[in-house]
Design a protein around this ligand. Structure first.
Ligand SMILES: [Zn+2]
Ligand SMILES: [Zn+2]
Length: 347
């Protein structure tokens, strides 16, 4: 099969022929019809993810058709349309037993712990726990965007963030996950303040339901701008980019007893970042993380997509072939781009 491979961190990846994967006993091989290009792939390529070993094939936001199933897989057949959460769970550890597959103790992540979906085929473990059927009316490109960014934003806003109608929700960073969060928070009845340094990203945020926008490149203190627009601060705020600046601004833009959810990965190798803890104490803020979403939590999301309340299809702004993936991957660092780019490995 053809796949995007890199041999060294931060040096150009290339498209080449590699061996086709085979399914584990409990796993499947999926023919990849669409796979999203995500900033997490760029972090992996830059060497920020300790799970990656070289040479490596990135890609974790995929949808496709089951090509082969392992001997112990009974619930899925070749030909089934499927997607997966980017966190693939083991199904048997204490976290999985509690229903928290998104923080599984023995998780695998395609494109991080093993070769991913910037390829014509990808192997996925523990199929019974992780595969999500893709309804026929959902395109593969749209389904691919669910696995990481849209599902992550859904859990961050709805489950972890507990967004309620009438609340102010600030979203710092309006790339793929941020725009997803804007759309989901607006659909939840919240009033959304979108924050980004790109006017084009803010235009998209407005289109997807943001009531207010803050151009962080044009104001001295984005958090203060959020507090002014929201009459004292957001009830819920997300760092959807993942940087020391957006993390701190998200916490600083909250009102008393507000909730911050960290969604974007932090780029330093150890993931540590300064947080204004004085404000956390004085205002009794909550700090939360959000790490994907378990496969069993997808049905309510898919129902909102089917009903047209949520439109992840609108987030897909470009579709590229596998040959264009290496340069697009490299560009994610300096220009994360507007919306979601989807790679079609068979195009
Ligand atoms: Zn587990
Ligand atoms: Zn992703």
């Amino acid at each position: 099969m053809r796949a995007v491979v890199f041999e060294r961190y931060g040096e150009p990846a290339e498209v080449r022929e590699v061996a086709d994967p085979t399914p584990a006993e409990h796993g499947v091989v999926v023919r990849v019809e669409a796979t999203g290009l995500c900033r997490s792939d760029w972090h992996g390529w830059m060497g920020h993810d300790p799970d990656i070993t070289l040479p490596h094939v990135p890609g974790h936001e995929l949808a496709g058709v089951i090509e082969a199933v392992g001997a112990r897989v009974t619930g899925h057949r070749p030909g089934d349309r499927v997607t997966v959460p980017f966190v693939c769970a083991c199904g048997s550890c204490p976290a999985c037993a509690a229903g928290d597959q998104q923080v599984c103790e023995r998780q695998t992540q395609p494109g991080f712990t093993h070769w991913g979906s910037f390829a014509q085929y990808v192997a996925l473990d523990h199929a019974e726990v992780n595969l999500v059927p893709v309804p026929p009316e959902l395109s593969f490109a749209t389904a691919a965007s669910l696995g990481c960014r849209f599902a992550t934003a859904f859990r961050a806003v709805v489950a972890q963030g507990r967004a309620a109608p009438g609340e102010w929700v600030a979203v710092h960073g309006c790339g793929g996950v941020g725009l997803s969060a804007v759309m989901i928070a607006a659909a939840s009845g919240a009033r959304v303040v979108a924050v980004d340094v790109s006017p084009a990203a803010l235009d998209l945020a407005r289109k997807f339901g943001a009531a207010e926008c803050v151009d962080a490149s044009a104001v001295a203190d984005p958090a203060q701008a959020v507090r002014e627009l929201t009459g004292g601060g957001a009830h819920l705020s997300l760092d959807a980019l993942g940087s020391p600046g957006t993390c701190a601004a998200s916490v600083d833009g909250l009102r008393r007893r507000g909730r911050h959810v960290q969604v974007g990965l932090l780029p330093s190798p150890d993931g540590t970042t300064p947080v204004p803890m004085t404000r956390v104490i004085a205002l009794e803020l909550e700090l939360l993380g959000s790490h994907g979403m378990a496969a069993h939590a997808y049905p309510p999301l898919l129902e909102l997509v089917r009903a047209g309340v949520l439109r992840p299809d609108l987030l897909v702004t470009s579709t590229i072939a596998l040959d264009a993936a290496p340069s697009a991957l490299a560009a994610m660092g300096s220009a994360p781009g507007q919306g979601v780019t989807v790679i079609e490995p068979w195009a």
